[in-house]
Ligand binder design. Sequence first.
Ligand code: 5CA
Length: 436
Amino acid sequence: MRLSQYFLPLLKETPSEAQIASHRLMLRAGMIRQTAAGIYTWLPLGFRVLQKVEQIVREEQDAAGALELLMPTLQPAELWRESGRYEDYGEEMLRLKDRHEREMLYGPTNEELITEIFRQAVRSYRDLPKNLYHIQWKFRDEVRPRFGVMRGREFLMKDNYSFDVDKAASLVSYFRMFKAYMKTFKRMGLTPIPVRAATGPIGGDLSHEFHVQADTGESQLYFDSEIETLDENKLDPASPTVQDELLKWYAATDEKHDPAAFARVPEARRREARGIEVGQLFYFGTKYSAPMKATVAGPKGDTVAVEMGSYGIGVSRLVGAIIEAFHDEVGIIWPESVAPFRVGLVNLRPGDKECAEAGEQLYQRLMKAGIDTLYDEREESPGAKFAAMDLIGLPWQVVVGPRGLKQGVVEIKERKTGAKQELSPDAAVARLVGLR
Ligand code: 5CA
């Protein structure tokens, strides 16, 4: 992509409404614009990151055996009356009426709708287990939308729902998601902290939240530092002791915190930190299937309400959380897996014939090698170009300038470390291809 043809409205000044780094940087780097309180437009650069995050989430869901579908954002109120949540959900639910005066709502989550889809189709335990997910916008009329996409009113969530014949099978589905979540967040460069959590309006009696540590996080965490090195590959979701294995390491939100149990963790391993909740798992048994009559014929010819769990990932929140984890005083530092482009190619003198030719050639070769490149060929001062590249945080910068070209070299800079290296254009391309 040529920067002169791109849509990248950078801000020089720090917007006064932004209180945390990720919100500030997303506005300054031209990733988002606020449309209304807690409602954002994703500009091209931000949208590329959102799609990368979404794709990682999707791949790990698919790998765990979940099936993607797409439910609508608008739902009929009757479904929520069946579960009893239409009244319970309160002010956070955005309610509306269509032209026939039918009561509708903008979905804050989808337990009722998926239960409706399931009960229409599945009749026998032989069709279980099933695990269905979608990645769709949600709306929650939060009292205090804040911190940009971190606590929005409209936000993108991956939510899935498992259906099993009994509790034991449902817990296997739960811990399969536990594993998938660990993998998902690690692929984004994050160190997820899974903690035992309260269930809130979703309900149920077993829940874990996954957190990213950040001083600006809204949750208080208490955990054993050993949980930071938890290797999900060693967890067997089908093992009856998997729950106990996880309980070995103390990890809880403040709602579930037990100071006496925490005190038994060796002092050197006790951590108290702030966290950003990027995902949550719920096991809630028959909370929805019983009142909504989502039943199947069981193995003994009896009729059983299916056992369910639901699992959410804050896809749009993750973009903010990743920035909270990876930035410095001048800008964002994208992990490669979610970077909007891998390389920023900076032409210091696009008006100069040699620079123009060398820059164009490099750009073509990088693109041909399948390396997403943002090519800055604008007439701007070098200082402004470097500042823009550091701000938007692409993992690699390649700088073409008249002085280097005289010696047959371009400069490669790694955004994360600031380490610079002079290489011939050939070697530079080979290096960037090889690093992938
Ligand atoms: N039905 C369940 C699981 S599918 C559910 O709704 N869970 S949730 O309430 O925990 O939301 C799932 C994830 O969405 C959260 O972990 C969080 O990362 C994200 N999320 C929740 N509220 C917001 C919000 N206001 N803004 C941005 N992300 C949010």
